[in-house]
Design a protein around this ligand. Structure first.
Ligand SMILES: Cc1cc2nc3c(=O)[nH]c(=O)nc-3n(C[C@H](O)[C@H](O)[C@H](O)COP(=O)(O)O)c2cc1C
Length: 386
């Protein structure tokens, strides 16, 4: 079956759009209150959402001078593959709510900029169409599929088989969202998916039979969470796929060690961009603790609040092999389609090069804790400040 890919909308980007924050402002002007609440919001009081940002801001880089920089580069290796730079796009659901071109535009931009892309289970474009758009580009980065285990494990298996057949190169099992967080901002705006936007990969999933709750039973624990994933499901998933399985949403060193014991292919240190458990730790706080625990046994990726090239460099210095970018890509998409996503990626990569040059690093391997000023003390402080 050939997948037809529609032509993309054309946009131009003003030269005054100089940072990811500029893209955010332009997106807010473009999106209605419904979509803005969904894409920009976090859980509850949004303490973790803010802590993600302030934790990166609170780490000081210690520049070194007069080191040789000629021939420097941002290349790195991940799961046995060389990448032009360590930036991937995080899975974000329902991207056609940001722009009619949705995930297709994101895929073209990722491929053009050599960035990896992780497609959400809840993509508003069929997973096959996204793979077809991205895989033909020789300069592309990795293409991974983010998996939410569904209550029907037979359906989940078929979804995995579809992702394998379409050419996805790894599965990212999200483990930090057995249920949604308390999303007050969405409730206050009365958030609804607009007509025509849906989780199309799940179109044929049949809803689970209704459970009659007895008085005193919980709709969450006695109904919705009956099939919530456990460590056994990680083993099951590994047994039904030939693809590497990464876990996304790990924050505790003990969970990281359990993942190592199960030989998962990698971990994404993430708090879902502050959308699940509010007051969970900032990822800049969790990353070095997990890096200490796993001692290089598997690659670590990190996301949450990464908005500057200096944040990417700090993440690498704290033990990450790569970072994922969430909302900023959607902000670029919202106001300028594929060109907007590509511009966001370009800005971040350029900023990373500048940060490397100004700290005396000609390769990311030189990004070690020595680049940071008293890293532990600094990572604790912003959290206490909330
Ligand atoms: C609107 C929105 C939708 C998201 N959808 C998913 C999803 O479908 N699956 C998933 O694993 N994570 C999802 N995430 C979390 C992101 O993958 C990522 O962890 C987070 O956005 C990173 O933080 P940042 O937005 O501050 O960069 C979503 C995040 C946002 C903001």
């Amino acid at each position: 079956m050939t997948t037809k890919i529609p032509p993309l909308q054309r946009h131009s980007i003003l030269p005054t759009t100089a940072s990811l924050a500029d893209h955010e402002r332009l997106a807010q002007q473009q999106l209605d209150a419904n979509a803005w609440a969904y894409f920009s919001g976090g859980a509850a009081d949004e303490i973790t959402l803010r802590a993600n940002r302030s934790a990166w801001d609170g780490i000081t880089l210690q520049p070194r001078v007069l080191r040789p920089l000629a021939g420097g580069h941002t290349r790195t290796t991940l799961l046995g593959r060389t990448l032009a730079h360590p930036i991937l796009l995080a899975p974000i659901a329902f991207q056609r709510m940001a722009h009619p071109d949705g995930e297709l535009a994101t895929a073209y931009a990722a491929a053009a900029l050599g960035a990896g892309m992780v497609l959400s289970t809840q993509s508003s474009t069929a997973l096959e169409a996204v793979a077809a758009a991205l895989l033909s580009d020789a300069g592309r980065g990795p293409l991974w599929f983010q998996l939410y285990l569904q209550h029907d494990r037979g359906f989940t298996r078929e979804l995995v088989q579809r992702a394998e057949a379409a050419g996805y190169e790894a599965l990212v099992l999200t483990v930090d969202a057995p249920t949604s967080g308390a999303r007050d901002r969405e409730r206050r705006t009365g958030f609804r998916l607009p007509p025509g936007i849906a989780a199309v990969n799940l179109a044929s999933l049949v809803a689970p039979p209704l459970i009659e709750l007895r008085p005193g039973q919980s709709a969450l624990f006695d109904d919705l969470l009956q099939q919530a994933p456990t460590w056994d499901d990680v083993i099951w998933l590994q047994s039904i796929t030939r693809l590497p399985v990464l876990l996304k949403g790990v924050l505790h060193p003990q969970d990281a060690l359990q993942a190592v014991a199960l030989q998962v292919a990698g971990l994404i240190v993430s708090n879902h961009g502050g959308r699940t458990l509010d007051t969970a730790p900032a990822t800049a706080y969790a990353l070095p603790r997990i890096a200490d625990a796993v001692q290089g046994a598997l690659p670590l990726l990190v996301d949450g609040g990464i908005r500057r090239g200096t944040d990417v460099l700090k993440a690498m210095a704290l033990g990450a092999s790569a970072v994922l970018l969430g909302r900023p890509a959607i902000y670029g998409l919202a106001h300028a389609g594929a060109a907007g996503v590509a511009h966001v990626l370009r800005l971040l990569r350029d900023e990373l090069e500048i940060a490397m040059a100004l700290t005396g690093c000609s390769a990311l391997a030189q990004a070690t804790p020595a680049l940071l000023d008293s890293p532990r003390q600094q990572i604790f402080t912003p959290l206490r400040a909330g």
